[in-house]
Design a protein around this ligand. Structure first.
Ligand code: HEM
Length: 205
């Protein structure tokens, strides 16, 4: 279960994040500048560096808002009768929460369909958690959230630290398909070449 729940979600997030960055070169440059400033070119970044990269964190948070890997979370069953949003829910009802819709609700977000990592600079208030939940919430919240975020941060940061990236066509196609997870219809294809400043380091790996 841990393996199934932890692999596709993490890989999809990385793919969506890179696709978004390719379509937003100014954001890509900002992430690169942050990595260059806090890690540099003399060594490969490691997991203790990710805390020094708040803008990268905003990019991943914003990616998970626009493309939550589990857009309907997992189905929940009411263990007792309750009320939710004014609706009476009998015991034993299957509840599905549509995170995708809430993450793009214009009543909750400014320019909801735009990729704007800056919206998360300065943190995220506790109450706001109710409009943003790529990992679910409550008792059945994703137990791998911390690990998932760390893997995506580390992988994305390493790809940007070491390589120059470009789209193959004019823009990356962002069409999505949805099963249990939200996937990219056209798998990401991109051009990459080693960054000049990293060639010596990479050649010694
Ligand atoms: C970016 C990465 C990930 C995302 C977006 C994600 C998202 C989610 C979501 C939305 C749920 C359902 C929560 C709910 O219905 O309230 C879930 C459950 C779960 N996730 Fe993740 N997940 C990620 C990574 C991981 C990783 C790395 C692991 C394990 C190593 C993991 C293990 C699980 C397990 C075991 C459950 C079921 C929990 C339960 O039913 O009590 N996930 N995840």
């Amino acid at each position: 279960m841990m393996f199934i729940a932890g692999t596709e979600t993490t890989a999809n997030t990385l793919e969506w994040a890179m696709a978004l960055l390719l379509n937003h070169p100014k954001v890509m440059l900002k992430v690169k500048a942050e990595i260059d400033e806090h890690v540099g070119h003399g060594r490969l970044l490691n997991d203790s560096d990710t805390v020094k990269l708040p803008y990268l964190g905003c990019v991943i948070t914003e990616t998970l808002r626009l493309y939550p890997p589990a857009p309907l979370l997992l189905p929940h069953l009411s263990s007792e009768a309750c009320t939710a949003g004014g609706f009476d829910i009998p015991q034993g009802t299957m509840l599905v929460v549509n995170a995708w819709t809430m993450h793009r609700d214009p009543k909750l977000w400014e320019e909801p369909d735009e990729f704007k990592p800056e919206r998360f600079l300065g943190g995220f208030g506790e109450r706001e958690g109710f409009k943003y939940f790529p990992f679910g919430t409550g008792r059945r919240v994703c137990p791998g959230a911390g690990m998932g975020l760390q893997i995506v941060s580390l992988a994305l940061a390493a790809l940007i630290q070491c390589f120059e990236w470009d789209t193959i066509g004019p823009v990356e196609d962002m069409s999505h398909g949805c099963g249990i997870t939200l996937f990219k219809v056209k798998p990401l294809e991109a051009l990459c070449s080693p960054r000049r400043d990293l060639i010596t380091l990479l050649s010694h790996l």
